[in-house]
Design a protein around this ligand. Structure first.
Ligand code: ATP
Length: 279
């Protein structure tokens, strides 16, 4: 396991010529509440390369969602920088909207609009951007096919299962061709079998779209199955405790989870997380 709490460089992808897509430097976040301050993140430094898939794990409350929301332009950092491409996302608490356009975000709850069809939900970001109807419906059709919902374009969210709704949310996040996909426990509410299927789907979609992905999860196996690297945050305030490289070729089949390499990484991460209980 690669351990570097100051600057988490990228041993796995180093030298492969891929540019850095995300550079996080000296990031801190303290929430101010009526009951006092909550230090959620402390001195996060991380570089992520283009097309890399990075999983983010850590105990509940360690700041995973906070970090993802800062990267999504939804929560302002207290200090530090987030660069996406070669542009700063945050300027004195204000977000650069030209950078936001490059992002797609998926949350645990699919957050579809119940009165819109799946097709309309998927195409919504394009509608908001003023893309013509024909073009956006064509794009919705392509994306529905990508996520396996092409037969459900005219259906409404209530007619779909949880996994299907999440696929629609992923399609919507992909509608504007994001270079970077930020996912916060997108499969947390799904049953184990659906989740396994969705893990295969998201791997396929990430490969097909060549998006860079940051994926928050509680689940160590899911983090390792999906990630090129797994970033482990300490309990609050979240700091990078260690970063595990996952030396498994893609596309990965479910069966890799019975292999030695997979289980070695899982065991190391589990030991590192369990250590936190003893401290
Ligand atoms: N808006 C907020 N105001 C005040 N405190 C907050 C706010 N959002 C998060 N926090 C606090 O910041 C810390 C980090 O929360 P965050 O949701 O980022 O953690 P997490 O690792 O994603 O947790 P979980 O795994 O349970 O979803 C927690 O102590 C939480 O209570």
């Amino acid at each position: 396991m690669h351990v570097d709490s100051t600057l988490a460089s990228l041993p796995a992808a180093e030298g492969d010529g891929r540019p850095v897509e995300i550079r996080i430097e000296g990031l801190h976040k303290t929430y101010k509440t009526e009951r006092g301050s909550v230090e959620a993140l402390s001195n996060i430094n991380l570089e992520i390369r283009r097309r890399e898939f990075v999983s983010l794990i850590g105990r509940s409350g360690c700041g995973k969602t906070t970090l993802l929301r800062i990267m999504a332009g939804l929560v302002a950092p207290t200090a530090g920088q987030v660069e996406i491409g070669d542009k700063s996302l945050w300027h004195n608490g204000t977000v650069d909207s030209s950078v936001i356009k490059r992002l797609g975000v998926v949350f645990q709850d699919a957050n579809l609009f119940p009165w819109y069809s799946i097709e309309e939900n998927i195409a919504l970001p394009l509608k908001l951007r003023g893309v013509k109807k024909r073009e956006r419906l064509e794009r919705a059709g392509e994306l529905a096919e990508l996520v396996g919902l092409d037969k459900f374009l005219r259906s409404y969210p209530r007619e779909l299962s949880g996994g299907m709704r999440q696929r629609a949310a992923i399609a919507r996040a992909l509608s504007d061709n994001p270079e970077l996909l930020l996912m916060d426990e997108p499969f947390g509410a799904l049953d184990a079998l659906t989740r396994e299927k969705m893990n295969l789907e998201i791997q396929r979609i990430a490969l097909a779209t060549q998006a860079t992905v940051v994926f928050v999860t509680h689940d160590i196996e899911e983090a390792v199955f999906l990630g090129d690297r797994v970033v482990h945050l300490t309990p609050r305030p979240g700091r990078i405790k260690d970063i595990a490289d996952v030396p498994l070729a893609r596309p990965r089949a479910v069966e890799v989870q019975t292999g030695k390499e997979f289980n070695t990484v899982v065991a190391e991460l589990r030991a590192s997380l369990n250590q936190e209980d003893e401290q």
